[in-house]
Design a protein around this ligand. Structure first.
Ligand code: DI6
Ligand code: FE
Length: 415
């Protein structure tokens, strides 16, 4: 693998405590798939003139913006079918919870996912993943949770693993067996949680398909106490935990999850400001999902001021799923985080890079441009980072490097 040197770049390193960590007229050296050196173009360790002799590939970025590869730390990308009919029902006044309670919602996707083959799940998810990748995505978390029995949860996680192999994308696989109560367990939610803990999770883990464990704590899903039981099993298996909490009501799931050392608590629109300190004390990342907020026309805003005051790391993600967030764009997610939640463009970019890496426990490897980290980066045809959050419907991504390999043609990207 040759060394690669980028020169005359505007680097958004995302390395400091806040802001973009901007370096203009900067250079970045990639060696053996990692970032080896960052400095000013003037101080390059190898000069462009010596390129041919030393075998270093040099690219002049002409002032273009370079960021870390984008990370979507919360998605439900693998599923069968779609829920366009429910979209229409909601527009006529039905609520997300009402649709779920009448057997639609997540359960309708469970039926379609159970009916689909592994190949079909994989084929249907591919264009969604490619769409996210077209905007500089280099890491994608994918949850199970539409199988709700061992065989079907494992099928979903295998489809996620196939996407990783097919696309050369880093995929983090999260087990979400406690996403909804399957119809065959109606009225017996404790028995289902026992199945999750004693059979489903151990089976998926034994196949090497589980990087983390998630639960949905909500009145239409599982209780705090049931979530706690799933976490106990996950932790016995040595797996990191995270949770969907306080999306539609405040049950206290975020505090419980943070106290158990969760990597992240996700959604949290209904989290009380006074509970945010528990997140801070436990270094738990707040993952905000503006797509679901937008699609469900929610009014309750997440406690952003308290999160900022307490210094909680905030990530944002697509929550890409067929029901509450049929969203396949991290750039639009960034715009929504700014417009709907009043996050700053700097917070939005940090939310899909370093803080998203933290939400996945991968901040030592990815998420910022720093020597020693994996060389996942994106070249954008813009001159400053706020442009990424500001515009809607333009994709300025011109080249993507994943682990030191160019994915898009860099020759077209740079002069
Ligand atoms: N909250 C969500 O936003 C997704 N899961 C969850 O617990 C939605 C899943 C769906 O509606 O299919
Ligand atoms: Fe979700």
């Amino acid at each position: 693998m040759p060394q690669i040197l980028l020169t005359n770049a505007t680097l958004a390193c995302i390395d400091g405590a806040a802001g973009y960590g901007l370096r203009e007229n900067a250079a970045l050296l990639v060696d053996a798939g990692r970032i080896a050196w960052i400095g000013s173009t003037r101080d390059c360790p190898v000069s462009a003139a010596s390129t041919d002799a030393s075998g270093v590939e040099v690219y002049d970025c002409g002032g273009k913006l370079v960021t870390p590869g984008l990370i979507d730390c919360h998605s439900h990308l693998v599923y069968g079918g779609d829920r366009a009919d429910e979209f229409e029902m909601r527009l006529e006044g039905a609520s997300y919870a009402e649709i779920a309670e009448s057997g639609g919602g997540i359960i309708s996707t469970v039926n379609a996912t159970r009916a689909a083959s592994l190949e079909q799940l994989f084929e249907q998810a591919l264009p969604r993943a490619r769409q996210l990748m077209s905007e500089g995505l280099t890491t994608l978390e994918i949850k199970s949770g539409y199988g709700l029995d061992s065989a079907n949860e494992i099928k979903m996680l295998r489809a996620a693993a196939m996407i990783e192999r097919e696309l050369g994308l880093r995929v983090v696989k999260t087990f979400l067996g406690a996403h909804a109560l399957p119809p065959e367990y109606a009225g017996r939610s404790d028995d289902y949680i026992e199945l999750v803990c004693n059979e489903m999770l151990p089976a998926a883990h034994a196949e090497g398909l589980v990087d983390a464990v998630d639960v949905f704590i909500e009145s239409i899903a599982f209780s705090v106490e049931q979530g706690e039981r799933v976490f106990a099993t996950a932790q016995q298996l040595g797996l990191p935990i995270k949770a969907h909490v306080e999306q539609l009501s405040d049950l206290g799931g975020a505090v419980m999850a943070a106290n158990h050392g969760a990597l992240s608590v996700d959604h949290i629109e209904y989290l009380q400001a006074e509970d945010v300190v528990t997140l801070a004390n436990n270094h738990c990342v707040a993952v905000l999902l503006p797509g679901a907020f937008y699609v469900l026309r929610e009014q309750q805003l997440p406690p952003l001021s308290a999160l900022r005051e307490q210094g909680v790391d905030i990530a944002i993600a697509s929550d890409s799923n067929p029901g509450s967030s049929p969203l396949h764009s991290l750039l639009l997610t960034m715009n929504m985080a700014c417009t709907l939640f009043r996050m700053t463009p700097a917070e939005a970019l940090r939310g899909v890079t370093l803080n998203a890496a933290r939400a996945l426990g991968l901040e030592q490897q990815i998420g910022s441009l720093e020597p020693g980290k994996v060389a996942d980066l994106v070249i954008w045809d813009v001159d400053r980072p706020a442009m990424l959050s500001y515009r809607i419907g333009i994709n300025p991504c011109v080249a993507v490097m994943q682990a030191g390999h160019w994915r898009e043609s860099v020759k077209q990207a740079v002069a």
